[in-house]
Design a protein around this ligand. Structure first.
Ligand SMILES: Cc1cc2nc3c(=O)[nH]c(=O)nc-3n(C[C@H](O)[C@H](O)[C@H](O)COP(=O)(O)OP(=O)(O)OC[C@H]3O[C@@H](n4cnc5c(N)ncnc54)[C@H](O)[C@@H]3O)c2cc1C
Length: 470
């Protein structure tokens, strides 16, 4: 079927607002960072799983590629089609139904296009917490976070989203609907199919709904920001909090002085709440449920001991909800500040937690040797060994000239990651950005197995081609 005939048929099936073409598609065809620009025959906006399934079957019959898109916050170009203009971009935005949370089963059933924040709010209204927290949660969708196996601030305590999903509904590449929307904690009935689609970045099917695990809403929260003299102290402070009360530790986030300075410079209404600047910062959040847990005392005592032993330079504790939000804002605005600071090269990597200080030292030396004056602005989820080792253009170099060095710089960083037994793709996924690196990192039996799974589910290769698998 010619593309125009296919688009006409799809328009008839998906109804008013179901198919966009021409300039109406522009917003869908560029990624959040403005690095990837694609083209698409049309943008499909199905309003139901059944309508999506029909559209997928029609596209499959015509061998037309499909690129699923949720909130379009991918940092690896995963939701942007290629430049051929053949693909149909599938926006999940209209699959936006939230079912009532179940506070007894502690589950929430949501459609894929629901923004993560809306799902969190629905859980909170029922006295529960959806324990996935990422800076893009206002836009990122349930389908997107599942397709990328998002991590974020609370991985330390609750794991990645893979650990939070009990059930899934998926439209398969041939248009069949797999309804695995179960809310069971125990269900040993063969291969765990839902986990195949989590982290598959839209290459095996389109997630349309999910059952997510909740936990009771914490009744007590304490947040502090500490300034630290060196990276070994960051690691030691994490260990001190784990010794003090590991189950209460909700987040332990790292910011370098350079990263924090970018936020203070580029994000309005932010301020450093500590008098003397430090070389490194840790944002710590403790949270528990229960009558009167000694959280405040744990935080104060651990920081006081750290101050006495020289582990920290200084610290500030949030006294109010507004102060808690202000401290978190310094961390949450990191990506936005770096976007405003100029051209940046992102390395979302992980190493064993114990190796974080050595990794940061060695990677900094490696990139500085290559580009003198480079601004090294790492931050991240240090509690689970995930560092966003981000590099900002030197003041003396143009953005395009800096970006031309991206492969060289990423290679240099990845060599250090490899030496420490880490991963070149910690939580943002592979997308288009890193797919060519798969053979060197996951070659042999591992990549072969992935290709066989892909061929079994999507023999014509129509699902998000060019993403994840090279
Ligand atoms: C400021 C900022 C902060 C961020 N912080 C974090 C963080 O802390 N932790 C983290 O893990 N990530 C983070 N990210 C990255 C990003 O937000 C996550 O990868 C998120 O999970 C993507 O969700 P999305 O709905 O925007 O997906 P999109 O960007 O639309 O898509 C991402 C990938 O998933 C696929 N996809 C989307 N929806 C579906 C679906 N329904 N079915 C199948 N495939 C689908 C797409 O094809 C694409 O490959 C951040 C991004 C930004 C901009």
């Amino acid at each position: 079927m010619a593309d125009t005939a296919l688009i006409d048929t799809l328009s008839a099936r998906l109804g008013p607002g179901g198919v966009l073409t021409g300039v109406d598609t522009d917003a869908y065809l560029q990624d959040w960072r403005g690095l990837y620009h694609g083209r698409a025959a049309a943008v499909l906006r199905p309003a139901s799983t059944a309508a999506l399934a029909q559209a997928v079957a029609l596209c499959a019959a015509a061998r037309v590629p499909l690129v699923p898109q949720g909130g379009n916050t991918s940092l690896v170009g995963g939701a942007t089609p290629d430049s051929s203009g053949r693909a149909m971009l599938v926006s999940l935005a209209r699959l936006n139904r939230i079912h009532a949370p179940d506070p007894v089963d502690l589950t929430l059933t949501v459609q894929a296009g629901v923004p993560l924040k809306a799902a969190q709010d629905a859980a909170a209204e029922a006295g529960c917490l959806l324990p996935l927290s990422i800076a893009s949660e206002g836009s990122a969708t349930i389908g997107g976070v599942l397709a990328t196996n998002a991590g974020g601030n609370n991985t330390l305590r609750y794991g990645n989203v893979r650990d939070l999903v009990l059930g899934l509904e998926v439209v398969l590449p041939d248009g069949q609907i797999w309804n695995g929307l179960r809310c069971l904690r125990k269900d040993n009935t063969g291969y765990c199919l839902r986990q195949l689609f989590v982290g598959a970045e839209g290459t095996l099917g389109i997630i349309t709904a999910a059952v997510i695990k909740l936990v009771p809403q914490p009744t007590h929260r304490e947040v502090a920001l500490a300034g630290l003299p060196n990276l070994q102290a960051v690691r030691a402070l994490l260990a001190a909090f784990q010794r003090a009360d590991a189950p209460a530790l909700l987040a332990f986030e790292y910011m370098s002085a350079e990263a924090l300075t970018l936020v203070l410079r580029h994000i309005p209404n932010t301020a450093l709440p500590i008098t003397t600047p430090s070389a490194h910062y840790a944002l710590i959040e403790l949270a528990t449920t229960g009558p009167a847990p000694p959280l405040r005392a744990t935080l104060e005592n651990t920081l006081a001991t750290a101050l006495e032993t020289g582990l920290i330079d200084d610290a500030t504790l949030a006294e109010t909800h507004a102060q808690r939000l202000a401290l978190w804002r310094l961390r949450e605005e990191q990506s936005e500040a770096q976007k405003r600071a100029g051209a940046s090269i992102k390395n979302d990597v992980s190493v064993p937690v114990a190796a974080v200080p050595e990794f940061l030292d060695e990677a900094t030396r490696a990139v500085t040797a290559l580009v003198p004056g480079i601004r090294v602005a790492p931050f991240g989820h240090v509690g689970d060994g995930n560092i966003h080792f981000n590099l900002v253009q030197p003041a003396t170099m143009s953005g395009p000239a800096f970006l031309a060095l991206a492969d060289t710089l990423m290679h240099a960083v990845n060599e250090v990651v490899r030496a420490h037994g880490g991963s070149f793709a910690a939580e943002h996924g592979i997308g288009r950005l890193k797919s060519t690196l798969m053979p060197t990192w996951r070659g042999g039996a591992e990549l072969d197995l992935m290709r066989r799974i892909k061929a079994a589910l999507d023999p014509d290769g129509i699902m998000n081609p060019g993403v994840l698998l090279p």
